[in-house]
Design a protein. Structure first.
Length: 157
């Protein structure tokens, strides 16, 4: 089935749906849970996939240095997976990062093959000490992290 998907910056009104999508996967340990308040406080970090004014996917950006950023909280509702929506979200995120002058982007993922298909390479998590000190130390998975780090060097458009 083909959908008219719009990729756009998230709005405050989207926060509840973004939290629902993320927490749907978080309950199975696939993603880290996020509260609606967490999302509201960081709404400008999120982009969403919108079909007929319904949010069906999301991702967020986190900046670590002038040249390094992370794509995080990437999720698409199960019924819309396999339609290229995740790819569209990542491509929009990369476009934003290039506009900001970011040279490298990384993600921590349980699905490295998805990112590899978009030109990412598997790397060591220890390549990102900023991430470890900022986020990982407070994560419940810290001693049993099963995520794979992937990284991509961004080229100018």
């Amino acid at each position: 089935m083909h959908y008219d998907v719009k990729i756009r910056n998230a709005k405050l009104i989207d926060a509840t749906k973004i939290a629902e999508i993320i927490n749907y996967y978080a309950k199975d340990g696939i993603m880290l849970p996020r509260t609606e308040n967490y999302i509201i406080e960081r709404i400008r970090d999120f982009i969403v996939a919108d079909i007929d004014n319904n949010v069906v996917g999301c991702c967020a950006l986190a900046f670590f240095t002038l040249k390094l950023a992370e794509i995080r909280s990437l999720a698409v509702l199960k019924e819309y997976q396999g339609q290229g929506i995740g790819k569209m979200l990542v491509m929009k995120a990369e476009e934003i990062l290039i506009e900001e002058g970011v040279k490298n982007v990384f993600a921590l993922t349980l699905n490295p093959d998805f990112f590899i298909s978009l030109g990412y390479k598997i790397v060591e998590k220890t390549n990102f000490p900023q991430k470890i000190w900022k986020d990982c130390l407070s994560c419940y998975k810290i001693m049993k992290c099963d995520e794979v780090a992937v990284e991509k060097e961004l080229n100018k458009i």
